[in-house]
Design a protein. Structure first.
Length: 371
């Protein structure tokens, strides 16, 4: 099943270069978005195949998000023109031809089937394969690992509600040692160039109704997505204020946020409903902020609103101006629920991560020894 974006056909005699990407896109993050951005730049129409839950489970292990959630998340990435649901795990020439794609694009890492076969070996042999640079410092394996390590020292130390005593043989430190050159945990180093690449570069036009929302938007997920779509519908230009890591930790506690401010910024900027991001926005929506951005309406979802440090309502100013609106997204997904999914199936995800690391290390060592 596929969904066609309207108005994207090329006019005149200019040839439309159709690009194919595929993947699991589990826990869609800015690394996925960055690869799709690069792929779109190699052509002018981007089709993205997303694997089904059954395929992901067979070849990688249980996905964190359901296939329907993953389809929706990929459709919302602003460089994506069309999504193909339940795409085959191994990319074939038949798939490229069926969707009239000129070539396939993937990052400069290796993706393998359960049997250890390169999923792109067919298109590589036919010279219908191109590579883009993988975004260093982030992967789904990495993010799952961060949640599995929520019992370790990060923002807070000691035991919390997620703490459990694991046997030594199940230790993440012993099992998934993050030695893989592709999905191992490395430091993410943000640059101004990345922000420019992700930014739409738009400014409100005269007469545009400006909408402002603020929050953590940690582990950007379908709940955030549905809320932003509804918020964007309240006006013409949507600005998202992202709180700093210490502020998020203050009102969420434990080891939140899972993703730092720079990572969260790129994840939100990749969303097609978002026009601008305020990096490190103040927790209270201040008069200066509203005046500076000429905000017409400030929206918030139905989740509880924590008081500011002095006990005041952070939305007092937009309420005073009669510019506050609470909206119902229709989706009850939260970052907390994602963490609970991981914690509930902790051992399954630990095993998944360890197996993935082992396969990748074997493939990497094979590349090093190849003449």
């Amino acid at each position: 099943m596929s969904e066609m974006a309207s108005g994207d056909k090329m006019g005149g005699d200019k040839k439309q270069v159709r690009v194919w990407c595929d993947g699991c896109y589990d826990m869609v993050h800015f690394g996925h978005a960055n690869s799709l951005r690069q792929a779109k730049a190699m052509g002018n129409y981007l089709m993205v195949g997303v694997h089904s839950d059954a395929e992901v489970t067979e070849h990688k292990g249980p996905p964190v998000f359901t296939e329907q959630e993953r389809y929706k998340m990929v459709r919302a990435i602003k460089w994506v023109d069309e999504v193909v649901e339940a795409a085959p795990y191994v990319t074939t020439l038949e798939t490229l031809d069926k969707y009239e794609c000129d070539f396939c694009v993937h990052g400069d890492d290796i993706t393998m089937t359960a049997e250890g076969v390169d999923t792109y070996h067919i298109v590589k042999a036919a010279n219908r394969y191109k590579e883009c640079l993988r975004t260093r410092g982030v992967s789904t394996t990495d993010l799952v690992g961060r949640m599995l390590l929520m019992t370790r020292s990060h923002f807070k130390t000691g035991k919390d509600e997620y703490s459990v005593d694991l046997p030594p043989e199940a230790s993440l430190e012993q099992g998934a040692t993050a030695h893989s050159p592709w999905t191992g945990v490395t430091q993410f180093l943000p640059t101004t160039q990345q922000l420019i690449q992700f930014s739409s570069g738009k400014v409100p036009k005269p007469g545009d109704r400006v909408v402002y929302v603020a929050g953590a938007f940690d582990l950007f997920h379908v709940g955030h997505l549905d809320f932003l779509e509804k918020a964007a519908a309240q006006g013409d230009f949507l600005i998202v204020g992202l709180h700093t890591d210490p502020i998020v930790n203050r009102y969420k506690g434990y080891n939140y946020p899972i993703m730092n401010l720079h990572e969260r910024t790129l994840s939100v900027l990749a969303c097609r409903y978002v026009d601008e991001v305020v990096i490190g926005a103040p927790y209270p929506v201040t008069p200066d902020l509203m005046d500076h951005f000429r905000v017409d309406v400030v929206c918030h979802g139905t989740t509880p609103i924590s008081d500011d440090v002095d006990g005041s309502d952070p939305y007092a100013e937009p309420k005073r101006r009669s510019k506050f609106k609470q909206i119902e997204s229709g989706n009850d997904m939260t970052t907390q629920k994602i963490v609970e999914r991981i914690i509930e199936h902790r051992m399954e995800f630990m095993v998944r991560n360890m197996k993935k690391e082992k396969k990748e290390m074997a493939a990497y060592e094979g590349l090093l020894t190849r003449p």
